[in-house]
Design a protein around this ligand. Structure first.
Ligand code: ATP
Ligand code: MG
Length: 600
């Protein structure tokens, strides 16, 4: 391809809104341009690299027997009502009306669409297992699209969905997917960290996220210094520490004490000469779209419920909870949302909390609380001599005993793990890293197949509901991450598998014997299925070299009169990212370059 015949509008200046290297370099190298916030166009150079990632993903999917399909991006809202996600997806899902006032959705993901296709075509167990995938446009109305295509509003995802007769079959596909993902990222030159993940709004069980380390990552990873424990903070747990009190449970009766003007745990600790570990902190949370059954829970009678279809779970639109945790710890809202099966949780406003508990903020506590369901972290269970708010202004209780003075409605692991906590597996020290999620695989069980009423006939002619798995990779984000990991101050340094062209030929001046050698070499390499960009522009060599470094094509070949005039006419070859130059005899250049390209 001749440079003048394609469209690679490179930029010298750094775009002001581009905060990370991949975004800067994708814009500067003429790979992408922004159309609007979170909406990008790939230009020819960017699209070539994008297609390479796509092709590589496709190859690995086909290799494990997944079958490619192409469902529409716009799908009926009805399907989302059937699954129940019409109410739980929140504002990220873009809904539109058609001319008949029907609800349509721009797919943010496609469990519903693909499962409805399977529902219509599935009859017998003999058709299972079945894995379908697409590489297709997704739309999510992200609140803060940023970092270029890393978090766009429109992006392309490879999403696969598998259907099974039993757990063993689901597990086999889940593992094959995990292995395929590892190969995909390795071939892209990416160092990924697979971590245990929170399945969030998807609702599921086994799940794994593939993360790349990134200073600007939106995820926090919790890793162990001594073993291979790796988890998303949203799900990370740690080894429970020894109970704060070890004395026998024969503790004095609970006793109210006046604590005037004391608002914080620090003040209280100083006042009572105790430490925060003895304190039971009680926070009031508001949860939205709660799928957990709250029947019988205090203060929940009469809450408004919605069920978008007979098969979808009923959800409480809004519910409030008291959450108790040891005084020195923080509640992990992702874990809380998961336990409550809520789409979202947030601290209730002070006035709301005061109204619900009947006590000013700072004096809430679990003893005598009967206006809200109480959810207790595991660090609170078994507390023998705790201090808590007494549900009255300027008063705390001391000698509070778990099980004697209060019994929670629900208990679970809610604490936020922090650096320094002991690893749940080996006791080693946990530490944090920031990361970005490139891919996600998880087992869904029968969540969608049941709500969407999928069934097949088993060997005995009995109707059964298949199990399901779901597996996604962001193509754009993977591409951007390749650049994050492979660049220097001058530009991109493409790994061969993703490079938009493998060789760039730079004739010092494009005429005469230089042109002839450049043209012949380009044609010969292209014969060998090597993609060549020939910089035929009438520009100074310095400009061409700068652009070549910016665009990052792995092999740069410079054709100049001086080297052609040697006894053995030669061209100069350089691997992007390496300093050394090599002279290759013109007669051997094609064979040697082909060898170098195919070697990688
Ligand atoms: P994140 O936490 O980053 O928002 P997610 O959990 O919403 O990701 P999934 O629903 O699991 O992501 O989607 C699968 C993959 O799609 C992600 O691993 C990521 O590579 C990609 N992806 C998700 N959202 C975006 C986006 N806004 N822009 C680009 N790629 C995205
Ligand atoms: Mg997201």
């Amino acid at each position: 391809m001749l440079f003048t015949q394609t469209f690679i509008p490179t930029l010298r200046e750094v775009p002001a809104d581009a905060l990370i290297p991949s975004h800067r370099l994708m814009v500067r190298s003429g790979m992408i341009r922004k159309l609007a916030n979170g909406l990008f166009a790939y230009l020819p150079l960017g699209l070539r690299a994008f297609r390479n990632v796509e092709a590589l993903v496709r190859e690995e999917m086909n290799a494990i027997g997944a079958l490619e399909i192409k469902p529409p991006v716009v799908v009926p809202g009805e399907l989302w009502k059937e699954s129940g996600r019409w109410d739980t997806m929140g504002d990220a899902m873009l809904r539109v009306k058609n001319r008949l006032d029907g609800d349509l959705v721009l797919s943010p993901t496609a469990e519903e669409a693909v499962t409805s296709l399977v529902r219509d075509a599935l009859a017998s167990y003999r058709q299972l297992p079945l894995t379908l995938y697409q590489i297709n446009t997704k739309y999510r109305d992200e609140i803060r699209p940023r970092y270029g295509v890393m978090r766009g509003r429109e992006f392309v995802m490879k999403d696969a969905y598998s259907y099974h007769t039993d757990e063993a079959s689901l597990d086999a596909t889940y593992k094959a997917m995990g292995a395929a993902y590892r190969r995909i990222f390795k071939r892209c030159g990416l160092s990924v960290i697979p971590v245990r993940a929170d399945s969030g709004a998807m609702g599921g069980r086994d799940s794994e996220e593939f993360m790349v380390e990134s200073a600007i990552g939106d995820n926090t990873l919790i890793l162990c210094r001594d073993c291979d424990y790796a988890a998303n903070l949203e799900k990370a747990s740690c080894k429970p520490d020894a109970p704060a009190q070890t004395q026998a449970p024969a503790v004095a009766a609970v006793e109210p004490i006046p604590t005037p003007g004391i608002k914080t745990i620090e003040q209280l600790c100083a006042f009572l000469k105790t430490d925060a570990q003895k304190f039971i902190k009680t926070l009031i949370y508001r949860a939205r779209n709660v799928a957990l059954d709250l029947s019988g829970a205090p203060g929940t009678a009469g809450l408004e419920k919605r069920q978008s279809s007979p098969e979808a779970p009923a959800v409480y639109l809004e519910a409030f909870f008291a959450v108790a945790i040891r005084g020195d710890l923080e509640v992990n809202e992702a874990k809380l949302a998961a336990i409550l099966q809520a789409s979202e949780v947030s601290l209730a406003a002070d006035s709301q909390a005061a109204r619900l508990t009947g006590a000013p903020v700072g004096f809430a506590g679990p003893v005598g609380l009967n206006t809200l369901p109480l959810v207790a972290d595991l660090t609170v269970t078994g507390m023998q001599d705790g201090v808590t708010g007494a549900l009255a202004a300027d008063t705390h209780y001391v000698h509070v005993v778990y099980g004697r003075d209060f019994v929670p409605w629900l208990t679970g692991d809610l604490r936020t793990v922090v650096s320094g906590n002991p690893c749940a597996l080996c006791g080693g020290e946990l530490y944090e890293k920031k990361g970005n999620e490139l891919g996600h695989i998880f087992k869904l069980g029968d969540k969608y197949t049941r709500s969407l009423q999928v069934s097949y006939l088993d060997e005995n002619g009995q109707p059964q509901v298949p199990l399901m798995g779901t597996y996604g990779i962001g193509i754009d984000r993977t591409l951007a991450s390749v650049i994050e990991e492979h660049h220097d101050d001058e530009g991109i340094i493409w790994p061969m598998a993703v490079a938009p062209y493998q060789v760039i030929i730079i004739p010092i001046t494009y005429h005469g014997s230089v042109k002839a050698v450049a043209d012949t070499l380009a044609a010969a390499l292209e014969q060998n299925r090597i993609a060549v960009l020939l910089d035929d522009r009438n520009e100074r060599p310095g400009v061409k070299f700068k652009d070549a470094d910016l665009i990052g094509i792995p092999y740069r070949v410079v054709v100049g009169e001086k080297n052609l005039a040697r006894d053995f006419p030669a061209v100069e070859v350089k691997r992007r990212g390496e300093a050394s130059l090599r002279l290759l005899e013109v007669s051997k250049a094609e064979a040697e370059l082909s060898r170098l390209v195919y070697r990688e």
